[in-house]
Design a protein around this ligand. Structure first.
Ligand code: GDP
Length: 432
């Protein structure tokens, strides 16, 4: 979503304006001069357009220490913004500090809207036109406290934003799509047959849905699922004719067509390269993942010991995968598959509200800042969740981050918000 930064001297009413725009009493921190305040980002929406609004500390150029830190933060927020709202107190008029801020904003070359705040009546509105002298064009007179003028301002904000990306294509209605994959002989067809037996039917059609003839509809755990490309599994065709290469293409296509994959492993045998390739297909495609260890009836205490070690070693890239131990032969724990699929999909589609995300992130980067590199430590300014399915996060920063630090943020993000069963992407956008 586009980023709108709210900048201005302390006490001009930035937080009140942010509250007005997000329509909630969330940014309640008082704008006290000299009090350092971190940037806080929130989700906002106007006329159906979503954006992120970043409340900055009060901008005081050339002042010492804390005020300087605030100025640096404001500049950093401007650098990452798509649109800047520069707020002036219309009762005070423009000050030297405002003029210095305008010079900084000019250098940033970002679209800037001049907001004349605390304009509570028509007379003050006429007086606010004197702010043209700041050279930022037409001032937008508003009363953040009472709401006056905020609609016109937001219309102008939308105008100044970059063109919207095409809307997320809504998930087609109908059953959730599952790929049941795994190397030959791990028990895919046995599991499919077991599901058909346990759950009464692999149904062939559901009212109002059209299903590819190579797919199956299955009733699992009280819900209908579309199992992608199971024709070969059901009829046991193509087993002899397909080379490993074509089998692998087919697996990849099934994963692509699905939302969640059940990767079947043979728990009675070591995890091998071919299993790893299939797991990589799932994470690279960004699909939700349930790992099913099949043939659990063959796992005795000895094997269990070695399997645990194999899991630690071979699956350490995907500690977040949901694991289920099943037996297609005995039916053991087959009923755990549907809840696992539901949980993985819910996390795959999870959206963390921007305010919540940033409150957590601010505390995290304060407690554990990025290590110093060459005398400087890049700072994380704020974050947004760019998309879901799978969840993708963007960190706005003052510079490139160590890969290790990005992994640390991802690990903490998973701990805090629970992304079990889904890959998560964290990318870094250093300010320009
Ligand atoms: P696919 O190639 O992945 O479809 O695997 P199959 O379903 O054809 O199974 C391969 C072999 O493993 C067959 O001999 C099955 O009977 C056997 N098998 C499948 N699941 C289990 C299980 O849970 N326990 C045991 N003991 N054998 C299994």
């Amino acid at each position: 979503a586009p980023v709108v930064a709210v900048v201005g001297r302390p006490n001009v009413g930035k937080s009140t304006l942010v509250n007005r725009i997000i329509g909630r009493r969330q940014a309640v921190v008082e704008d006290v001069p000299g009090v350092t305040r971190d940037r806080v980002a929130y989700d906002a929406q106007w006329n159906g357009r979503r954006f992120t609004i970043v409340d900055t500390g009060g901008w005081e150029p050339d002042a010492k220490d804390r005020a300087k830190a605030i100025a640096a933060q404001a500049e950093a927020a401007v650098a990452t913004a798509d649109v800047v709202l520069f707020v002036v107190d219309s009762r005070v008029g423009s000050t030297d500090v405002d003029e210095a801020a305008v010079r900084m904003l000019r250098r940033s070359a970002k679209p800037v809207l001049l907001v004349a705040n605390k304009v509570d009546n028509a007379t003050m509105e006429i007086e606010s036109t004197s702010l043209w002298s700041l050279g930022l064009g037409q001032p937008y007179p508003v009363s953040a406290l009472h709401g006056r003028g905020s609609g016109d301002l937001l219309d102008a904000v939308l105008e100044a934003m970059p063109a919207p990306a095409p809307p997320d294509t809504p998930r087609p209605r109908g059953p959730r799509r599952v790929a049941l994959v795994g190397r030959p002989n791990v028990g895919k067809s046995s599991l499919l047959n077991r599901l058909a037996r346990e759950e009464r039917a692999v149904v062939d059609s559901v009212a109002g849905t059209t299903v590819d003839p190579v797919d199956s509809l299955a009733e699992i755990g009280g819900q209908t699922w579309q199992l992608v490309d199971t024709a070969g599994l059901r009829k046991r065709v193509g087993q002899a004719s397909g080379t490993e290469y074509f089998a692998s293409l087919r697996t990849n296509a099934a994963i692509d067509a699905a939302e969640v994959a059940i990767v079947l492993l043979d728990a009675s045998e070591p995890i091998i390269e071919q299993d790893q390739r299939i797991l990589s297909m799932v994470t690279e495609a960004g699909r939700a993942l349930v790992l099913a260890f099949n043939k659990w009836d063959l796992v005795d205490e000895d094997r269990r010991y070695y399997l645990d070690r194999e899991i630690d070693r071979e699956l350490r890239r995907i500690p977040w995968a949901i694991k289920v131990n099943v037996s297609a032969k005995t039916g053991r724990s087959v009923d755990k598959l549907a809840p696992a699929l539901r949980q993985a999909l819910a996390n795959w589609e999870k959206r963390v509200p921007t305010g919540q995300l940033n409150q957590w992130l601010t505390a995290l980067v304060q407690a554990t800042p990025h290590p110093v590199r060459g005398g400087r430590a890049p700072r994380v300014l704020f974050a947004t969740q760019a998309s879901t399915s799978p969840p993708k996060f963007v960190l706005f920063t003052t510079g490139l981050l160590d890969a290790g630090y990005v992994r640390f943020v991802e690990r903490k993000l998973r701990e805090e918000f629970d992304f079990e069963g889904t890959p998560v992407e964290v990318t870094v956008r250093p300010r320009k």
